[in-house]
Ligand binder design. Structure first.
Ligand code: MN
Length: 199
């Protein structure tokens, strides 16, 4: 079955003034849609390769599958990772675990912001639960699919591709990162953490 672009869980202007509606609209309707389409295309091409028993382009389509599939997954999380300003958190078990694995919530936020700011080119900052190591970790993703650890379950993700902030923030990625903390949906992050613990 073909993948579909998920609806935004809020209106285009719900994250103002920290995340402007023009960027949200283009980012969701065009950029995210592009990854959904690219993922479907890669899956179709690989199905056709199996039918025709012709794997001459397998390397190309596997790369497309990783790139667009990861793009679709990360954007789907990104939208639910945000909510209108005024959210409280983190608290509860997630806060406790941040203290255990990073020293404090403040230290977590500092490292996450620094990692996001330092992504080389286009990519993401990712807070993930590593079930194998039983700890939270911060990773950078280059593009969507590079530099991960296998098995990590993303809890909170921040898109720092230029398309994610350029209209409002131009080249000031750091300003976008600071503003973004105002619209983090901590409730959803806590929910994802609780689910990840069961993996
Ligand atoms: Mn994006």
């Amino acid at each position: 079955m073909a993948h579909k672009l998920p609806d935004l869980p809020y209106s285009y202007d719900a994250l103002e003034p920290y995340y402007d509606q023009q960027t949200v609209r283009i980012h969701h309707d065009l950029h995210h849609k592009g990854y959904v389409d690219g993922l479907n295309k890669a899956e179709q091409a690989l199905a056709q390769a199996r039918e025709q028993d012709n794997y001459s382009l397998v390397k190309h389509w596997e790369k497309e599958l990783a790139f667009h599939g990861s793009g679709h997954i990360l954007h789907s999380l990104f939208w639910t990772n945000m909510a209108p300003a005024g959210q409280e958190g983190p608290d509860g078990e997630l806060k406790e675990r941040m203290g255990q694995d990073f020293g404090s919530v403040e230290a977590f936020k500092k490292q996450f912001s620094a990692a996001a700011a330092a992504v080389e080119g286009s990519g993401w900052a990712v807070l993930g639960w590593n079930p194998l190591f039983q700890k939270l970790e911060i990773l950078q993703a280059e593009k969507h699919q590079n530099l991960t650890q296998w098995g990590i379950i993303p809890i909170l993700v921040l898109d720092v591709w230029e398309h994610a902030y350029y209209i409002k923030y131009q080249n000031r990625r750091g300003e976008f990162i600071s503003a973004w903390w105002n619209i983090v949906n901590w409730q959803e992050a806590a929910h994802r953490y609780t689910k990840a613990l069961k993996a």
